[in-house]
Structures are given as C-alpha cells and as structure tokens.
Design a protein around this ligand. Sequence first.
Ligand SMILES: [Zn+2]
Length: 337
Amino acid sequence: MNVEQLRRTFPDEQSCRSFFESIIWPDGPICPHCQSQYVWRLQSKNVRAGLHECGDCSRQFTVTTRTPFHSTKLSLWTWLQVMYSLICSSKGASSVAIATWVGVSQKTAWKMLHALRALMEVHQSVLPQLLGVVELDEKYIGGKPRYKRGVKNKRGHGTRKACFATVVQRQGPVKTALIGNDSVADLKPFITESVVLSADLMSDEHSAYQIIGRDFASHQSVRHGQKEYARGDVHNNTAESFHSTLERAKFGVYHWMSKQHLHLYTAEAVFHWNQRAPKEKTIQRGKNRGQKKVVMTRLPILEQFRNLLRLSSFCQVRRTENSGIRIIPAALPLFGL
Ligand SMILES: [Zn+2]
C-alpha cells in the first residue's frame, strides 16, 4: 500500500475513527473507565465526534480514551500517517524525517513514535512461547568509550553497556529482553519464560547456554571461537541477523540509543521482525531452479496496523512536567488475547 492508497482508504477523520473503533472495540464499544458494555453513542450535533456515554458509571469517552492516542490534539489521520511511516521503515524511523512528512514538530513526532513503540512493546509481551527450533544469542549495545592513547577498551561483558538476550524461532517470531549481563542467573529466567521446554535450542559455545540447555528437549551449539558458524542445520545465524538489524538501525538512523529508551527501540525491531509470515516460493533462476524454498514475507500494512492497535487499551502515554512522556502499561488480562 502506498501513501496514495492510504489516503484513499482513509479519506476523512470519520473513516479513521471507524477503523480505530473496529480494532480497539471488536465486540462493540466498552467503557474504558468501568469496562461496562452498557454504553451508547451521543448523536447530538454539538458533541465531538465519536463521543460515547456509559450507562453504569455515567462517564463519557471516545475510542482513544485511556490509550496512547488520548488527548493529544492530533487527528487520527496524523497518527495513521506516523504509524504508516514507522511500519514502512523497517530499519528504524527518524523523528526528523517523519516530522517533515507529516507536518508536526520534531518533538511531537518523537513523542508519537515513542508512544507507538510502547504499543509494540505491549505486542511483544503477549506473544506466545516460542517452539520448534529456537536460536539463542546475547548482545551488548552502547557507545564506544572515548579514545585514549594506549588504552585498549574491553568489549561486551564487563563493560557498562546494556546487555540484551534474544530468542528466535526458525521461520517464526523473535523475543528480546534487557538483562543485567550474560550470566546463567540473568539469562535463564528470560529463556525459560519465552521458550517451551520441548524446544530444540541452538546457540554458540557460551557456557551459560550449556547449563540452561539441559532443561530443554535438546541443545546444540557451534564454536564461534574456532570459526565454526554453522554445522549443517546447527547455527544461531538467525538470532545474529536480528541483532544486525538493530545495529543497522543504531548506525543508520538513531546514532545513539539511550539506556532509558533502549527497550523501546528493541521493541520496534522485534515488531518489524514479527510482522512477517513464512511463504513458500519457487526458485526461478540458477541451478536450484524449480525447487521450493520458504521465505519470510511482510504482512499487509492494514494487518500490521491492526496488530499494533488492538492492544492500545493496555497502554497509556501521559505528558510529564518537563514536556517529556511517561508510559503507563496497564495490567494485561491473562485470557482472551
Ligand atoms: Zn463506565
């Protein structure tokens, strides 16, 4: 879908509102204050568009109440355009560029992007456990220390860089978490929570994985230290390629990811990665012509919008006194997602 098709799909504010309502309220409007379904739309000409009233608590609301889109004074069309830009920029979206395209200030674009990244983080938190062949890897991210003559700076472990762990299912979703360091104590809780015990793990030779792997159906590793990167089907190159997408976003777009917001940037990379589905294709050229192979294909834009918006009521963004933003994740229901 290109920008022109996007405008044709959402020609006015009412069509944007109906789209938001159909995703956030799939079973009809719900009062965000007391969760009652005994609600009605206020039809009078003098009330603002989409205003509803609750018969139980008598409070008024719209589809954006208690979501990151609440009281931002921005049109839903502006939000949709920023969502579109963010979803299309699979290697990271710059607030400066998006501000120019959409016609808002850079500060506003930055806040909107962070609000959407917070939604992406909610999306990650409800992903089911990974299964089948699952690759493990960890990565340290952070700037290089200032150059000093004769001083050789350490890399990764033992520095003040942020460490995050990644688990990725072959031809499936990825999950990440910021952890203290790459020890068993820090890696194990995340891995056992994110992966089913019947999975077949693959990793590099890092000693923590050898210990964690004992709890799972199987665990195989390659020896990166001896320049062994793949042994038949055994490798963790998929996890490493996820890390390189983050590295590219850091070098190309963000230049600097503060530790405070790092979890939002990683949530963005995770969302992009997970908005793809395996599709079988026939090879057209070369010696393998005619053979089938599975490639990961990006989901249609509207489906990605849906995935991003459907959990909006579980995340709120509020302004802080120093004109920053504060993200309030609401408690997620355990069932029904
Ligand atoms: Zn109510």
